[in-house]
Unconditional design. Structure first.
Length: 251
């Protein structure tokens, strides 16, 4: 599709707001302490923590196709907004949950929120740049946005780790939910850029995507390898915090 000659009002403003959403969508202040929180505050074993990680991993895989269809069938702005709201709710439930069932529910919410934002963020950015005649800048802008997000993650991680010197372990987690609501506010202010709309039904798009994965050997291997890599990452992230605590490193 050719780039839009006269962009709709608000696209330039969206491009100014989008970096703020990009950073705040994962304002995870509990990155350095979440496993310790689950074990010490909620009484879970390391095995139960890994079970929760398996739940979120499976939920992400299941949610990826239908949530992607929502972004394509309706609007990517809606997908970004819903993703931020689901993440905000997930943080709050995770920080206040008193049972493993509620914790498991928060993990499912995390998975849905992440899946809603996955892919829709890049597509929204590209379509917005295309609408103002700047599509050739996509790679550079995308890289800068992700660099800011990486810096943000580092800052939030350190800030959350410092917070628990004076606060209960749950406070940084709940505060992350508040920051995710701020991200939702930025998403609400975005303007959907023009794009080609799909004339296929929700279920037809989903069946087509799933069928292509089943029929295509290369895609199946991509799914398997990605699952293995992410599974290893989950185990590493879930075990290094209690190991450090066991070695006498203070929280």
């Amino acid at each position: 599709m050719a780039e839009t000659a006269t962009p709709p009002p608000g696209i330039e403003r969206s491009l100014r707001l989008l970096p703020w959403w990009w950073v705040l969508r994962w304002a995870w202040l509990g990155e350095a302490i979440w496993v310790v929180y689950l074990i010490e505050d909620r009484g879970l074993t390391l095995g139960q923590v890994l079970l929760l990680e398996a739940v979120v991993f499976g939920a992400v895989v299941i949610a990826e196709v239908p949530t992607g269809v929502i972004a394509d069938r309706y609007t990517r702005r809606l997908s970004l907004l819903l993703g931020s709201l689901f993440s905000a709710l997930a943080f709050v439930v995770f920080g206040l949950a008193s049972s493993i069932e509620l914790l498991m529910g928060s993990y499912v919410l995390f998975a849905i929120g992440g899946a809603l934002m996955s892919g829709a963020d890049e597509a929204f950015l590209y379509d917005s740049l295309r609408a103002v005649g700047r599509s050739e800048e996509f790679a550079g802008v995308f890289g800068r946005f992700n660099a800011r997000m990486t810096v943000g993650i580092a800052v939030f991680t350190v800030a959350g780790g410092l917070m628990v010197i004076w606060t209960p372990l749950s406070w940084p987690i709940v505060l992350s939910g508040v920051l995710a609501l701020v991200a939702a506010g930025f998403a609400l202010l975005l303007v959907e850029p023009p794009r080609a709309r799909s004339d296929q039904s929700f279920l037809r798009i989903g069946r087509s995507a799933a069928g292509r994965i089943v029929r295509t050997r290369a895609l199946r291997w991509i799914v398997v390898i990605s699952a293995a890599v992410q599974g290893i990452e989950l185990v590493v992230f879930a075990t290094f915090q209690p190991i450090l605590v066991g070695e006498g490193v203070p929280v």
